[in-house]
Design a protein around this ligand. Structure first.
Ligand code: AMP
Ligand code: GLY
Length: 434
């Protein structure tokens, strides 16, 4: 079987590599891919992810059996609709179904209609009304741009001043564009966050193991928000009962609700979940795999990924077996200065790959036959081991042994899982704040 993966980052590298390792898949194309993927035998095709016509032509000319979409942008642009209109098999949500990620308000309404636990919220078009709501409400509070904001549209405000400043930025100064001045003001949820993803097909939900990512740049979860500096899976200190509740009360009703809404969801559904004292509550939905969570999750999957997705595409039950022992941890190597300004074309001295240590590439390109950096997040080092501490040891020893001039990485990825407090369910199943 031949498969096309759309996208060009670490997440797509991990998906493509996993697909290729399965018996059912003979070759994997990745568009636009990146130069680092070639090391694993992935065929990199330089077609932009928004050039749907050229991608459709590629699938037809190469006899590709089906396509998988990694990033949100082509999904939001309706790549699934275009492929389906051309009679091609593709696994991902339609443009209508991507609203679950693209519009915070759509997601909130879905949750309200289907009794899905989340923070209480209100949306506002008028700046003065939003300000009054903040003035009269509690802090911390959370201000979210309703539409797309490249991951920067959420402000967790500790004070009223911060909240009001965020409203001014988004609503008056049009920080995320003149079409994106609507805001959602949300109840602050405290607890530990985790990522729960599932393969979804209409009402059918096949959950994966949970993971945690590290969004902040600096150790101790401080500094600027980034695209993710590391991740690990599973998250053993979050009780199985909390995960079960999240599947039953969040993912399954979301999938059902999308069908009822006339926007059935097929693809990877991602719930950002807060384990609160009142049980798991939804922070956000994404219509795709998380990055960098996917880079650690793929190694946890024992089954043939290509066979499983093909089964879902054919409306059959997929075989999805997950490892029950050990952990997988991933550390992102970034260019110093990221997520603000940083240098490109940095030479890379890469750790050696072996059975326990793998590399997933993101911002890289080729210069005179060598890989050099071409983005902020350059590559991720992943290790599988019995414990978090052992995986950390493998990764940090490997990274410390090579000289990476101009690169940075966090030295505390997985810290939540080292001597954690077990988070147990105290929830009353039917209680939530809406
Ligand atoms: P989002 O883009 O919706 O994932 O939000 C980015 C980050 O903001 C999340 O990963 C959380 O850490 C934080 N966040 C979002 N909503 C809330 C909330 N209601 N309460 C507390 N933290 C939140
Ligand atoms: N790791 C969070 C995301 O992919 O949105």
């Amino acid at each position: 079987m031949k498969v096309l993966v759309i996208g060009g980052g670490g997440r797509e590298h991990a998906v493509a590599k996993k697909l290729l390792s399965g018996e059912s898949v003979d070759s994997v194309y990745c568009a636009p891919g990146n130069a680092g993927m070639k090391r694993d035998g992935i065929t990199v095709v330089s077609i932009a992810q928004d050039n749907h016509d050229a991608l459709i032509d590629l699938v037809k000319s190469e006899g590709i059996d089906w396509t998988f979409v990694g990033p949100e942008i082509p999904l939001f642009n309706g790549i699934v609709d275009d492929f389906q209109a051309a009679g091609l098999a593709i696994y991902g949500p339609t443009q209508a179904a991507t609203q679950i990620e693209a519009s915070k308000e759509f997601a909130k309404e879905l949750m309200m209609k289907n009794d899905i636990p989340t923070g209480s919220y209100r949306s506002f078009d008028k700046y003065e009304e939003a300000c009054r709501y903040v003035e009269e409400g509690p802090v911390p509070t959370v201000i979210k741009a309703d539409g797309l904001a490249a991951g920067k549209g959420v402000v967790v405000a500790e004070t009223k001043e911060e909240a009001l400043a965020a409203l001014k930025d988004m609503m008056c100064d049009e920080k995320f564009g003149s079409e994106n001045t609507r805001v959602v003001i949300e109840e602050y949820l405290s607890g530990e966050e985790f990522s729960l993803m599932a393969f979804v097909s209409g009402e059918k939900v096949y959950p994966m193991v949970i993971s945690q990512d590290h969004k902040r740049l600096l150790e101790g979860d401080k500094g600027l928000n980034t695209g993710g500096m590391g991740a690990y899976a599973p998250v053993a200190h979050i009780d199985e009962s909390i995960i079960d509740q999240a599947v039953e009360r969040i993912l399954k009703p979301a999938a059902k609700g999308m069908v009822k809404n006339g926007t059935p969801f097929t693809g990877i559904l991602y719930a950002g979940v807060m384990a609160t004292n009142d049980g798991p509550k939804t922070i956000e939905f994404n219509a795709r795999f998380g990055d960098p969570e996917t880079q650690v999750l793929m190694n946890r999957l024992e089954s043939d990924l290509g066979k499983a997705i093909l089964a879902i595409l054919n409306n059959e039950e997929p075989d999805l077996e997950w490892k029950t022992e050990g952990v997988s941890l991933g550390v992102v190597v970034a260019a110093a200065g990221y997520p603000a300004s940083y240098k490109k074309q940095l030479p890379l001295n890469l750790p050696e790959e072996n059975e326990t240590l793998q590399l997933y590439f993101a911002g890289v390109t080729e210069k005179e036959g060598e890989l050099v950096s071409d983005g902020g997040r350059i590559y991720l080092v992943e290790a599988s081991a019995d414990t978090i501490e052992e995986a950390q040891e493998v990764i940090y020893t490997a990274l410390d042994s090579v000289n990476n001039p101009g690169c940075v990485y966090r030295k505390d990825i997985g810290h939540q899982a080292v001597k954690p407090q077990q988070i147990k369910s105290t929830a009353i199943l039917n209680q939530h704040t809406l």
